[in-house]
Design a protein around this ligand. Structure first.
Ligand code: COA
Length: 326
């Protein structure tokens, strides 16, 4: 049955210039490259400059996405930003980016706070708007400056995170209603607030009037991560009658190589189909999936027609998946 699909017509990413290696971190806290590499798979991450904000990263990624889409910002009908590190508590950072890009006044713009699941949530919301006819062309941008909420004296967390941004432009197109269509084929998002205290900032506007620093119960997060990431992927595949062997790529949230490999194995995917960028990005929360996607598309690794699953899990806990034909 004919239906409206949201096609990814543009992709973009941006990383701050400064790179922090594991050896650099070993100068700051009691850690070493061997521990970080074997436990997380991370070798280096990018860190924003003091006056470089989430909106700057998002703006640059969005500009690249508009350029690869071959459209101007004036053609956008919606701007959705996923972040846990907004420039200001209010207004939404998406509004700032929209104005800077030259999006027409009156175009809806809003932020989504779903932590590391931010891209899957934002893609879901933008896709829903497109399928309902509320937007024809939408920008989904995910950007984080996690370095600003990292406790740089805590070796348990400071080795894990990085800064960066990724973006996609979606446009409405007619589909046949089958898995052979191009565009977003299925999305599913979840949350379980009983896990709130296992991954959070130890501060907030209403509680401490500070942003706080990231804290987590690493072992609990780890246990939950593999199952929830697998669920995100399995559900969207079964919604479309797609099997793991039909996939060209899995782009899981990039938090830890052991989680990424565990999910790939649970889904029965060969290693070469599972995208890994955590080694040089670290965990960039909401930005990790669109950043990885854009990097792979720019390198010609992921191509038009490829069938891809995005799956993510993060604070909340939140999790989910999206099945997309590029
Ligand atoms: N360098 C060296 N040693 C470190 C260290 C570091 N950066 N961080 C912790 N350690 C030490 C701990 O203090 C502990 O020492 P102890 O045994 O003397 O107490 C030891 O290493 C083991 O710590 P532990 O926490 O048990 O390690 P782990 O194997 O569970 O790995 C994580 C820790 C954080 C890498 C792992 O739990 C993880 O990946 N969790 C999920 C995190 C994540 O991805 N979160 C985001 C999801 S969106």
């Amino acid at each position: 049955m004919k239906c409206i699909r949201s096609e990814i017509i543009g992709h973009g990413h941006f990383l701050p210039e400064k790179v922090l290696t594991n050896d650099d971190l070993a100068q700051m806290v009691d850690t070493n490259d061997e521990w970080i590499s074997t436990r997380t798979g991370i070798k280096s991450r990018h860190v924003a400059a003091e006056k470089e904000y989430t909106s700057d990263l998002a703006f640059n990624a969005a500009q690249m996405a508009l350029k690869t889409a071959g459209i101007s910002a004036a053609e956008l009908d919606a701007v959705v930003l996923a972040t846990v590190t907004p420039d200001n508590t209010t207004p939404a950072t998406s509004a700032k980016i929209a104005a800077r890009l030259g999006v027409k006044a009156g175009t809806p713009a809003f932020d989504i706070s779903a932590a590391c699941s931010g891209f899957v949530y934002a893609l879901t919301m933008a896709d829903n708007m497109i399928r309902l006819g509320q937007a024809k062309t939408a920008l989904v941008v995910c950007a984080e400056t996690l370095s600003k909420i990292t406790d740089w004296t805590d070796r348990n967390t400071c080795v894990l995170f990085g800064d960066g941004a990724g973006a996609v432009v979606l446009r409405a197109a007619e589909g046949e209603g089958t898995a052979a269509d191009t565009g977003v084929l299925a999305t599913k998002v979840y949350a379980d607030g009983s896990q709130f205290d296992n991954l959070l900032t130890n501060g907030g506007v209403s509680t401490t009037q500070t942003a706080g620093h990231i804290w987590m119960n690493g072992k609990e997060v780890f246990k939950y991560a593999i199952n929830s990431l697998a669920q995100g992927a399995e559900d969207v595949m079964s919604m479309c009658g797609v099997k793991a062997e039909d996939l060209d790529w899995l782009i899981p949230h990039q938090a830890n190589i052991r989680i990424i490999s565990g999910v790939g194995q649970k889904l029965g995917l060969p290693e070469e189909k599972v995208v890994v960028t955590v080694d040089h990005h670290g965990n960039t929360s909401a930005a990790s999936i669109p950043l990885a996607l854009s990097e792979c598309m720019e390198a010609g690794k992921i191509k038009k027609g490829d069938l891809v699953v995005f799956n993510a899990m993060g604070a909340g806990f939140t999790w989910g998946g999206a099945l997309v034909r590029i």
